[in-house]
Design a protein around this ligand. Structure first.
Ligand SMILES: [Zn+2]
Length: 315
């Protein structure tokens, strides 16, 4: 999410953005900035490795009080700054000042250093041949050769993922097996006299643990299996806990105190059919399932964002 301040800054420098990150070259330095949680982040990738003087220059912006956090080391070519926002958005004019100052400084000190490719171990530093790739959401300038290499590596990772066995059955069985202890939690909470909707999330967590333990493939089918099992166990756990609590309460009645457990259970099961009791059960079920659904929705959101899969696309 890009807020108006950063969009303004983007236009000011003629940069581009990929929806959550603004990026572009100014002189021979690559600049990137984004909104974080309660802060803005600004990164530089310089064409050369920084020497002590350069690092001091970068760090001067920390001393001036512009950047809250700053990292820049001698021998590396990057620097990152964070600007904390307490009540008001951080002034982007200050970020503009830093960007202009540092990129001008580097360009005048190293006028012949070409723009740098960020491929690991790249030796070819050819000006004008860089393309910007989005690697796991981060804009990255790469030379043609590194881009090719990276694409091969990405394809390999993605195809290894495709070739993985699905293990859906094992995953589903393990998810169910792992969920069984969750029923104990429902029983326990009912015994305490309060069912917490949090159990819905517990069932989701357990199903997920079981599924990944059995190496079930984590794709959309996998998430559906986890979702179905956690929903089923949320409903089952709440039902079992509810009946258990009824049995306990019935045991406290004088006329049922000496009756065998089986009789009390069957009486409790009959009691669940009673409209008034049933409506309490339904309320509890809804409570548990709701939070489970919220958890599942969040999980799906992460999946659709492409989490767990390496991506690289040309911007
Ligand atoms: Zn390269």
């Amino acid at each position: 999410m890009l807020f108006p301040g950063l969009k303004k800054l983007r236009n000011q420098f003629g940069f581009q953005d990929n929806g959550h990150c603004v990026y572009g070259f100014r002189q021979n330095s690559f600049v990137m900035f984004a909104d974080g949680q309660g802060m803005k982040v600004l990164s530089f990738f310089f064409p050369v490795e920084l020497d002590a003087e350069d690092v001091a220059k970068v760090k001067s912006w920390h001393r001036k009080g512009y950047a809250t956090e700053l990292s820049a080391e001698v021998g590396t070519c990057c620097a990152t700054m964070e600007f904390k926002e307490v009540f008001l958005p951080y002034k982007t004019s200050r970020m503009a000042e830093i960007i202009t100052d540092l990129t001008d400084y580097v360009a005048s000190k190293y006028p012949d250093a070409p723009r740098r490719c960020l491929g690991s171990d790249c030796s070819a530093q050819v000006d004008g041949e860089l393309q910007i790739f989005e690697i796991d959401g981060v804009p990255t300038p790469l030379c043609v050769e590194c881009a090719k290499q990276y694409q091969v590596a990405v394809d390999e990772v993605n195809s290894t993922f495709e070739e993985q066995p699905n293990n859906y059955e094992q995953g589903a069985l393990a998810a169910a097996a792992f969920s069984v202890p969750g029923i104990l939690l429902s029983l326990f909470l009912y015994a305490l006299g309060r069912l917490s909707s949090v159990t819905g999330l517990v069932y989701l967590y357990l199903a997920m643990k079981g599924y990944t333990w059995a190496r079930g493939k984590m794709n959309k089918v996998g998430v559906c299996i986890i979702a179905l099992i956690s929903l089923a166990f949320s409903a089952l756990g709440t039902y079992v806990g509810f009946v258990f609590q009824l049995v306990r309460q019935l045991s406290e009645l004088d006329q049922l105190a000496d009756s065998p457990l089986g009789e009390r259970v069957s009486y409790a099961l009959e009691l669940v059919e009673d409209p008034e009791v049933h409506s309490i059960l339904v309320r509890d079920e809804i409570m548990t399932l709701c939070l489970c659904v919220v958890g599942i929705a969040y999980y799906f959101y992460l999946m659709f964002r492409g989490a767990g899969k390496v991506t690289a696309k040309k911007l």
